[in-house]
Design a protein around this ligand. Sequence first.
Ligand code: ARG
Length: 576
Amino acid sequence: MLLKTAAKVLLTHTGLEEKEVLSLLEIPPQPEWGDLAFPCFVLAKKLRKSPQQIALELAEAISHEEGLSASAAGAYVNITLNRSVQIPLMLAELNKPDFLKPDIGHGQRVVIDMSSPNIAKPFGIGHLRSTVIGAALYRILGETGHVPISVNHLGDWGTQFGKQIAAYKRWGNDEQLQQDPIGESLKLYVRFHQEAEHDPSLEEEGREWFRRLEHGDAEAQRLWEFFVEVSLGEFDRMYQRLNITFDHVLGESFYNDKMQAVVAQLRAKELLEESDGALVVRLEEEELPPCLILKKDGTTIYPTRDLATAIYRREVMKADWLLYVVGGEQRLHFQQVFAVLKRAGETWAEQCEHVPFGLMRFAGKKMSTRRGKVVKLEEVLDEAVARAQAIITQKNPDLQDQQEIAEDVGIGAIIFGDLKNNRLNEVDFSLEEALTFEGETGPYVQYTHARIRSLLEKAYARTHAGAHSDFSGTVPAQEKHSSELTDASSEILGDAGWELLKQLDRYHGQLIRAVRQLEPSVMARFALDTAQAFNRFYAKERIVGGGRWRIQLAEQTADILASTLQLLGLKAPNRM
Ligand code: ARG
């Protein structure tokens, strides 16, 4: 909105295109220099003048426009908006659907592959990141005119289930399995790998069980179902606490009967080649290693299942855009799958996109399922909530619903601690850091939001008590001549309030940027900057009793903070 105002004026004076002007406008490093700065370098060639000269002339021309003033500073034109004109306009803009929910998706259907943990294995940190990033993208896309469709692509198929069953047949203990299904399954799996090192027959046994499973053997099927059921029970507990639901939960096994068609399609296109008894698609042109399609023993493999999956998402789910929120270590896998799709003549392969993310460590620990060294996620969530509870009790001992709020804050700290990072970055996660109420954290944003709500309650109560109302009063701009207002206009919100309003004004653009980059951290950063801008406003200016514009600014800050938190997957409690 702010940019648009300045851009409109610049358009008429520079002859540049709107897009160009928008991309050139900068925020000056010092607020005293103005609200926006326009660099004149690009015009120099066209006009055959020095940028400094152009800045002088442009500033002179622009300052005759209403609602702003301008001055040249070197090669830049600094533009200062007339606050009394802009404040009511900008505040009104913040409520408009076009501003809050820009329709850039035009109903595009986006299938998001997210979470996708493996059955009979603990829910890993990578799966947590996929869940949290995927869910945030889901909401961000939904807010911007797309139709997001989430799919939990459970890892419920593959040779490892053969190994799992083989291990169970050798050493399984039903009682222990019932008690701690995933822990026990993991133990079996680890033991399998340890013993297989000096007993190669085990590997063969595992392969045999998987072969039986793929051919519908009743015992294999029964054991597999058991593992799926107990695992889903544990995952669901986690999803509930993270407040996540899926549109579809379709494991890899769902595609069992859809893979022969893929193999046939590849064969018909003469893409399949034999290699050591296995069938592969060579991808030399793409400079990628060959993609394995069928193993020597005729069993299918991860890429085959992903080919069938993509085709299903395109044809049955009618996906226009296919996103895969999966760790960066699977980059090659997705390059291969997308390349094979393209070779197979699926032109929409261009619409498939891997959305990778970096590794996350909790307190320096890395995880390896095979060796069984695993950070239990549920324990991390519990600890976060316990710590949040302790902080809240200390800060606000009389608070009601402490347990519920501690859950919102503890879980929120973990989600935000993940999302505030550029998704490709590696994250060294520290629970202590994520929970500080003063740092760049979820609780800090939540706390700022709650503080505004309680401030507003005070203001409302005051009005009821008959004090000078913060909710009426004169409209500063429209009712008087703007020339009289230039001096007073800086007082309407105060400098810090004006900076806060400009920050809120960025919401629309940041939301669009978050979609373009598929990057929830853009919104997390926005939430932090907004909370910081509010806290400066709060420290410097009188809000309650400061007039209706300040109250309205506070209200809209709280609303925008709440919706940003919600987009990221955090609750925004009104009290903390
Ligand atoms: N289950 C896999 C894993 O844990 C992730 C699946 C990702 N999605 C996909 N369509 N391949 O590594």
